[in-house]
Design a protein around this ligand. Structure first.
Ligand code: GAL
Length: 345
């Protein structure tokens, strides 16, 4: 029976191939390698670098387990959308099976999408989310990231829990008010505004008596944050009790500024909280200089990017391997990291 079916199929194959272009499919079935083009918005970004390392690890593991060769072509877009558009063009001309794009300007995805659609090369965007209108332009576009509101609610909860357990953990001078400064990421990034709004809202919802001293944009960057914090420590001596930072790198920059400027004074007690759980930040939590951070499960995050790109490259249904929201979004799970729940070193 099976044999008969097979013979029938073989007989019908040439005709069907002409009709459906299945020469392409046969080619896919024989694939013994896949090529993925990966473009990173800024090489030095600490969080994205950690994610990139996870992705490389994942590709290596897959290669070892299956024997299928994975070529990862990873490039730096150097914060330029036109450089990244050129990289996409090159990936397409090299015959990449899928693209993994950490887009520079999330509102300018259309150029990449049009090129990818013309060449029929699917795209997995990650960490920097294109606007919905762009994501809806084609059914071979995906997004992998973490929910910004969730990160912020967890960040606010770390602080509120500490305050509830002991008011003096945040209200350092015991005057009934927690005075904070806010370090924000890039103004155009979906994570910055949402994280800021929901960290503060969570503190208000939990009745922590907060008062903003000042705030500023440091673009996720340690040295920019360090410079801002240095300035604030001089402008508001002894006033700042808490630093709420949209990410870990900026919180670490603020710690460096405190150590430079005011380590011996009131600055030594200032509390800080971040998001990302980068290796340096987890170390700072262990040492007690950072109160807490938010882990975005980078293993699952990188796994989702790789699995979606791999399935698309091999013609396997993505949803059989990755749990997607609305058929195209994957959001990684997030958890608080404080001294109480640190993994053993
Ligand atoms: C955020 C992350 C930041 C920075 C940014 C880059 O999700 O928290 O640290 O990496 O992405 O897009």
């Amino acid at each position: 029976m099976r044999r008969g079916l097979l013979c029938g199929c073989l007989f019908l194959m040439p005709a069907l191939c002409l009709m459906s272009g299945c020469g392409e499919k046969a080619e896919q079935e024989e694939k013994n390698s896949i090529r993925l083009g990966v473009s990173i918005y800024r090489w030095e970004d600490a969080f994205v670098s950690t994610l990139r390392a996870e992705l490389e690890e994942k590709a290596k593991e897959y290669e070892q387990e299956t024997g299928l060769k994975v070529v990862l072509d990873i490039v730096d877009a150097k914060e330029s959308q036109s450089v990244q558009n050129g990289q996409v063009e090159r990936f397409i001309s090299l015959g990449c099976d899928a693209l993994c794009i950490n887009i520079v300007d999330r509102s300018a995805a259309s150029d990449i999408i049009v090129r990818a659609m013309d060449a029929d090369v699917p795209v997995v965007f990650f960490n920097r989310e294109p606007v919905e209108e762009d994501m809806d332009r084609w059914d071979r576009l995906y997004y992998v990231g973490a929910d910004a509101k969730e990160s912020a609610v967890i960040q606010g909860t770390i602080l509120a829990d500490a305050y509830d357990a002991d008011h003096s953990s945040l209200d350092l001078n015991g005057d009934g008010v927690v005075k904070y400064v806010l370090l924000e990421g890039e103004s155009s990034h979906q994570d910055s505004l949402i994280r800021t709004e929901w960290s503060i809202q969570t503190l208000k919802d939990r009745q922590v008596p907060i008062e903003r001293v000042t705030g500023g944009i440091a673009n996720w960057d340690r040295s920019q944050a360090s410079a801002l914090m240095e300035q604030w420590l001089e402008e508001y001596p002894g006033e700042i009790e808490l630093v709420i930072s949209n990410n870990d790198e900026m919180a670490l920059g603020a710690i460096e500024a405190i150590e430079r400027v005011d380590a011996g004074g009131a600055g030594r007690d200032i509390r800080l909280v971040g998001i990302d759980a980068t290796p340096d930040a987890v170390e700072a939590v262990r040492e007690g200089t950072l109160m807490g951070t938010v882990n975005q499960d980078l293993e699952a995050y990188a796994d989702a990017i790789f699995e979606i790109a791999r399935c698309l490259s091999l013609g396997e249904p993505v949803e059989d391997h990755v749990a997607l929201e609305g058929g195209k979004y994957y959001r990684s799970a997030q958890t608080p990291v404080t001294r109480d729940n640190l993994p053993k070193s």
